[in-house]
Design a protein around this ligand. Structure first.
Ligand code: AMP
Length: 114
């Protein structure tokens, strides 16, 4: 793990402004700064795991909570149809090395994604 804080750690620590839409003990949901759909939020663990690929068995609870928070966010906001995305690695589009789930909704989505 790198020592410098990721942008998400700075948002979680309120050092950088962001729209935090939901917060639990170990997770935040923030509005994506460059939305790719009418609803585009990021579900982020407060404890940094760099990528889904660097997740260990002891992180399983964190990842389960991320999914539970994502589905709770959708349910509480009346969003019946949505896509959850985790980018792992540069070729897949990962730009921030702090695990996060994208939740996208509000428009028709194509498959496979580009
Ligand atoms: P990824 O490419 O999967 O690593 O996703 C990173 C996401 O973080 C992108 O969708 C960015 O638009 C988003 N992002 C980057 N900086 C911020 C920020 N300061 N606040 C909210 N979202 C951000």
């Amino acid at each position: 793990m790198s020592e410098s804080k990721t942008i998400f750690e700075k948002i979680i620590d309120r050092e950088v402004p962001a729209e935090i839409l939901m917060e639990t003990d170990d997770t935040v949901v923030i509005k994506d700064i460059n939305p790719q759909a009418p609803v585009h939020v990021l579900v982020v663990p407060k404890r940094k795991i760099e990528h889904i690929a660097s997740m260990g068995e002891t992180d399983a609870g964190i990842v389960a909570n991320l999914l539970l928070t994502a589905t709770a966010f959708a349910r509480e906001n009346g969003i019946p149809s949505y896509r959850l995305v985790i980018n792992n690695g540069a070729l897949a589009g990962e730009t921030i090395h702090h695990l996060h789930i994208h939740l996208l909704a509000g428009r028709e989505m194509s498959w496979p994604p580009g």
